[in-house]
Write a protein that binds this ligand. Structure first.
Ligand code: PAF
Length: 283
């Protein structure tokens, strides 16, 4: 496995591999089993002939909250060990100065899918994600990229970005990886207090219960209400949103005959957790 900290270094490392399948996994580090599963999926897609590139870059431009950026865990040595174990060939680890010019003035805004769910509550977040991912795509020039479905809205927006900008990358969505008790893996989980860590699997349990209710015909508003009530009862928890939306448009579900998404964001103390379940189209 080779590492690079400058764009130039990475480009020259990749030069001899152009023409092969290049599968890319962008990350912000603090890697856990969820990232490892993205990397293993990338390795399988690349096969023996192709190559896997990962990036580790804590992108300041996508943080709408300075405290969240300052407390975001950074574990570069352990991250490299995860990449190595998962068969990554190249790791790009730039600094903010190498990624962004001080007087950068381009913005890249998606104006439909970003207006709801997390995007409605985190101004500028998805513009920051689109900016960094488009830059990383330009630097790495992958044929494929893998993103997790935990950040379902991010995945939908990045699919829209490559479609609307004709970026020749195939985007793959990977299933959410969970702890044995159902908590979705997240780099933020390490910041939970022991009490909140013990309570956090209630998110997934309530989503699963909601899916059953939805499949039995319970109206969307009532399904969401049950999830809100469950989370509301946990001390120190503040629900940011619980929404049942069209899985493709991310806007209000017009008809139950379309696939849907039930998405949650909740603060456990200072830590904002997100999770979701996909809901089947009902006949
Ligand atoms: O999902 C993430 O970790 C980040 O949003 C990403 C895609 C690496 C962009 O910084």
């Amino acid at each position: 496995m080779q590492t690079a900290s400058s764009k130039h270094e990475l480009r020259s490392q990749l030069a001899e591999h152009r023409g092969k399948r290049i599968v890319f996994v962008p990350t912000m580090g603090a890697l856990h089993e969820g990232h490892a599963s993205l990397m293993r999926q990338a390795r399988a897609l690349a096969g023996a002939e192709g190559i896997v590139v990962a990036s580790i870059f804590l992108n300041p431009v996508q943080f709408d909250n300075a405290g969240d950026l300052a407390t975001y865990p950074q574990t570069p040595e352990a991250d490299l060990a995860v990449c190595r174990c998962c068969g990554v060939d190249f790791v790009f680890m730039p600094t903010p100065d190498t990624m962004y010019c001080a007087d950068r003035s381009m913005v890249l805004e998606e104006n439909c899918l970003s207006n709801v769910l997390c995007g409605a509550r985190r101004p500028g977040h998805f513009a920051g994600v689109c900016l960094v991912v488009s830059k990383l795509f330009n630097i790495v020039q992958p044929t494929d990229a893998v993103f997790g479905k935990k950040d379902y809205q991010q995945l939908a927006i990045l699919r829209r970005m490559v479609r609307d900008l004709d970026i020749p990358v195939t985007i793959h969505g990977a299933e959410i990886v969970r702890e044995a008790d159902g908590l979705a893996l997240s780099s933020r989980n390490v910041r939970l207090t022991p009490e909140h860590r013990a309570a956090a699997p209630a998110i997934h349990r309530s989503l699963l219960a909601a899916r059953v209710q939805y499949e039995q015909g319970t109206p969307a508003a009532e399904v969401c209400r049950h999830v809100i009530d469950t989370l509301f009862r946990i001390p120190g928890v503040r629900v940011d949103y619980v929404e049942l939306v069209d899985a493709e448009t991310l806007h209000e579900l017009q008809q139950p005959s379309r696939p849907a998404l039930l998405a949650v964001a909740a603060y456990f103390g200072e830590v904002r957790l997100i999770d979701n379940v996909e809901l089947p189209a009902l006949s």
